[in-house]
Design a binder for this molecule. Sequence first.
Ligand code: NAP
Length: 291
Amino acid sequence: MELIDGHRIAAEIISELKAEVAALPGRKPCLALVRVGEDPASVSYVRQKEKTAVEIGIVGRVLLPPATISPAELFGLIEQLSADPAIDGILVQSPLPPHLDELAVFRRIAPAKDVDGLGTINFGKIAQEDESGFVPCTPAGILELLTRSGVQLAGRHVVVLGRSLLVGKPVALLAVQKKAWANATVTLCHSQTVGLPALARLADILIAAIGRPEFVTAEMVKPGAVVIDVGINRVPDSTKKSGYRLVGDVHFPSVAPIASRITPVPGGVGPMTVAMLMKNTVKAHRQSRAT
Ligand code: NAP
């Protein structure tokens, strides 16, 4: 078994972007990070994104509206950022407080600045195989991990567990594209799938994105399969100072010995998500210069 090291591959992408940004004449790319309220996970994610942006030479502009912001006020802020020529990319950190409709918010972001790729136009571009769009960062990171690890998708059976807009659906749409780096045959499973363990066992490449700690066990994995674990789950652990530890959707101790390659949690898909956000921001900047 070989570990797919997300930290190493993400660092490679970040260093490529650093060189690309350093070579840009004039204005540097600018990413607006909107964090509504004080959700502790969001505080840490936005801090990490800002830090990585700065490391690359991207200007990070952090906006911190209160959790009580009204939908109309948040729409107004997004429209203002969308119209600002100094800003290339806009990310609204999820989750939003319950009174705000996330999809409605994502749809307000100008498609040319929607670097999280969750608005209608960019999502549609994935289905249309239009590479001018922005692919959501986690699925983009999964494809990049596979490609850079030399895993061929063409003609192979990819089984995706989970059909969310954020991960499962876009990763399935990407893997099935009529492109040399894709061309896979895809099965997309969800909570209503009958016979999921047997379907998972057919996978040459198994992508687990369901948010259920250690759900995928060795009996559900074909020996020699490539396993991508997207899940990030906190499970109680009294031996840790924090009181919890992070595990994926895959039971790593039993699956790793039979997989040909596997991503760890943490340190697999997670670091790629931030790297791909930066890659999308630099792409948005390049495209805005070209217009
Ligand atoms: P989500 O929106 O909750 O979607 C979960 C999906 O899994 C749904 O399609 C659901 O089916 C399906 N599902 C749930 N339980 C199932 C079961 N027992 N059997 C089969 N399918 C089941 O989650 P998400 O946003 O896609 O995230 C999934 C996991 O990835 C989470 O642990 C999340 O923290 C993690 N994540 C990690 C990153 C990263 O950067 N590494 C980024 C995003 C998410 P239904 O549609 O039928 O309900």
